[in-house]
Ligand binder design. Structure first.
Ligand code: 3PG
Length: 208
């Protein structure tokens, strides 16, 4: 199954912020145990690159990607460490172009018709929509997919167990992203059973 299909099948792409790479494998395994076998490790901390490497090397059942990729340098580093997909909060043509050339799945954040046009014209069919709760949520995406026929969104920002079903059921949603299934505090405290439970609950909320 290709990478974008793996994301759609999981339905929920955890947005994971790791302060210490030593927690990466346990976090990944906790999520797999809860039924979610994809994760985005964000380049918001110094531990991101080592965390991606640890998961890529030690968790064969987990599909690991990199998030918060702002420039080509980070993108290349993430892929070198083993990231199988790239997520960005915004649209950077250099990052998107490099990923396409190198066969790496990429979902840049696009919320305006102009940004979506740029992504579509580079051949993308799935884009991130962030922050979804600020830029109009489902109603905005529903209206945007009228001119952009066939475009699919991965919304993040404000998605949670209470509203995930509503997102997942919309025909223009590819998958959702969110941090609610892997709170930073629980990772830091080693509450990995809690992360497994949150993932299982999220899958149940999304798919019944
Ligand atoms: C992201 O980076 O995609 C968001 O910060 C995730 O948003 P959330 O914390 O509301 O899930």
């Amino acid at each position: 199954m290709d990478v974008l299909n793996r994301l759609a099948k999981a339905g929920i792409v955890p947005v994971v912020v790791l302060e210490d790479a030593k927690d990466a494998v346990a976090t990944a395994n906790a999520m797999v145990a809860g039924g979610i076998d994809v994760m985005e490790i964000t380049f918001r901390t110094a531990a991101a690159a080592d965390s991606i490497k640890a998961v890529a090397e030690n968790c064969p059942d987990m599909l690991v990607g990199a998030g918060t990729i702002l420039n080509l340098e980070q993108c290349k580093l993430a892929v070198a460490m083993g990231a199988k997909f790239i997520v960005s909060p915004g649209f950077d043509a250099e990052v998107v172009g490099w990923c396409i050339e190198n066969g790496i799945a990429v979902t840049p954040g696009c919320v305006t018709p102009t940004e979506i046009t740029a992504a579509v014209n580079m051949g993308l069919k799935v884009i991130k929509f962030f922050p979804a709760n600020v830029y109009g949520g489902l109603n905005a995406m529903k209206n945007l997919c009228a001119p952009f026929v066939g475009i699919k969104f991965m919304p993040t920002g404000g998605v949670n167990a209470a509203n995930v079903r509503e997102y997942i059921e919309a025909p223009f949603i590819h998958a959702v992203g969110g941090s609610w299934v892997c709170p930073k505090a629980d990772i830091a405290a080693g509450n990995f059973e809690k992360i497994t439970a949150l993932c299982a609950e999220a899958r149940q909320a999304a798919f019944g």
